[in-house]
Design a protein around this ligand. Structure first.
Ligand code: SF4
Length: 425
């Protein structure tokens, strides 16, 4: 029997329960007394004895999706802040081509049977549990789509004892949007640890991108985070299959594959994270790795990030930022993971970007001549990114020379490059 307030059917209700949560032991949001409200006209207080609507459940579930902040759709730091002020399920995102868009992003179900020690939704926590069914999510999304408030959807879910059952809620939603309503925009679906091959392939048929979160860089670190999930069988092996299926030669080559790491919770070093990230790009052809700095407070007491927040480094958000810069060096600048420099503690230097640290360690590679250096030599210059390098190469291809920095961009922004370059003129 499904709960009358939230539709939950996984937890046993009292025998004979009518579905009225006010009289039952069902531990969902609506089983708690509704807050008293004050009438604007009479000033009297009264209780609202209604069940959570779909939009109220969306508010709960999208709020819980913040534990998965490194969303695989390019959400940036300032966008997170803006997002907190508005409808929390609408995420402004930066697209790979530099444009911007907005996605509806939510958990479809927060009833979880897993034990991820960093996650406030783990099964032994007393949080409001509810779900949205596929028809409800599709209707809410289509309504926002019609209002042109969103252009894509990102669905994730907690994990039940049967991962495929949890996956089905996301897959069914995507199928309604794609097949019944002909939606052709962006769909991102989370692949849950332990999902079957059939469920993963069904998600790949419907999605533009999928993500399976590694959370930690090694099995040893992962065991600090979860005892119920098997790092190799539930995550690494499925990741290899997904990589094969989404590779250029695979049947789902148009689908992007991403992952996420929780940074700092398990006491891992940046060296471990970057080395694993390098293998994911080099061996598996992953599209992107994302990082989410662990925020102490909601995790289990045994976590290194909880026992000793200092173990995460003096500034977790700057650490996250340096990891993203290393990610760029691997994906866009031709660096290998072996070339990324670390301090003696195995972590990235916080007060300088990793390219600048690398350049200082390799004086023999500088100064770089803007008129003769090849693309990858130019990309190693601190302060020169792919856009500036493309402009330099374009000028050179048309027979020109770089006589002053204003030719390639704002000289003020290029100041950082000055100690590392040589201009022939
Ligand atoms: S599977 Fe882990 S991360 Fe996901 S909701 Fe459950 S406890 Fe949280």
């Amino acid at each position: 029997m499904a709960c009358g307030c939230c539709g939950t059917d996984a937890r046993p209700l009292r025998t004979g329960c009518s579905g009225n949560c006010a009289r039952c032991a069902h531990p969902c949001a609506a089983s708690r007394p509704a807050p008293a409200a004050k009438s604007a006209s009479s000033g009297h207080t009264f209780s609202i004895a209604s069940s959570p609507t779909a939009i109220e459940r969306l508010r709960i579930l999208s709020g819980d999706a913040r534990y998965d902040l490194s969303c695989a759709c390019g959400t940036q730091g300032d966008e997170r802040v803006r997002n907190e002020r508005g409808d929390r399920w609408i995420y402004p995102v930066t697209l790979p081509n530099g444009g911007t868009s907005a996605f509806l992003r939510t958990l479809v179900d927060n009833r979880c049977s897993s034990d991820c020690a960093y996650c406030p939704l783990r099964s032994d926590q007393d949080v409001r549990r509810c779900l949205l069914d596929p028809e409800e999510i599709a209707a809410l999304f289509l309504d926002y789509l019609r209002q042109r408030k969103v252009f894509g959807i990102f669905l994730t879910s907690s994990l039940s004892d049967d991962p495929d059952r949890s996956m089905a809620r996301m897959i069914d939603t995507a199928a309604i949007l794609r097949r019944r309503h002909g939606f052709r925009g962006y769909v991102h679906l989370k692949i849950l640890p332990g999902a079957s091959d059939a469920a993963m392939q069904e998600a790949l048929k419907l999605a533009d991108a999928v993500s399976l979160n590694l959370e930690a860089p090694t099995q040893r670190r992962f065991q600090v985070l979860s005892q119920r999930k098997d790092y190799i069988a539930d995550i690494v092996e499925p990741m290899k299959k997904l990589a094969r299926w989404t590779s250029r030669e695979g049947p789902f080559s148009r689908v992007g594959l991403t992952t996420q790491f929780v940074v700092g919770a398990a006491g891992e070093s940046d060296f471990e994270l970057v080395r694993t990230m390098g293998a994911l790009y080099g061996k598996l052809g992953l599209s992107r790795a994302y990082f989410s700095a662990y925020q102490p407070g909601g995790g289990a007491a045994h976590l290194p990030g909880e026992r000793n927040p200092a173990s995460m480094g003096p500034d977790p958000l700057t650490r996250e930022h340096r990891l993203y810069q290393s990610d760029f060096l691997l994906r866009k600048y031709g660096f290998s993971a072996d070339e990324i420099p670390f301090g003696e503690d195995g972590n990235l230097v916080l007060d300088k970007d990793p390219k600048e640290v690398w350049a200082a360690l390799h004086p023999e590679r500088f100064p770089v001549d803007l008129d003769t250096a090849d693309k990858f030599e130019l990309l190693r210059v601190p302060g020169l990114g792919p856009v500036f390098v493309d402009r330099i190469l374009k000028i050179r291809r048309s027979g020109g020379r770089i006589r002053h920095l204003a030719q390639i961009g704002d000289p003020w922004r290029l100041n950082r490059a000055l100690p590392w370059i040589k201009q022939s003129a």
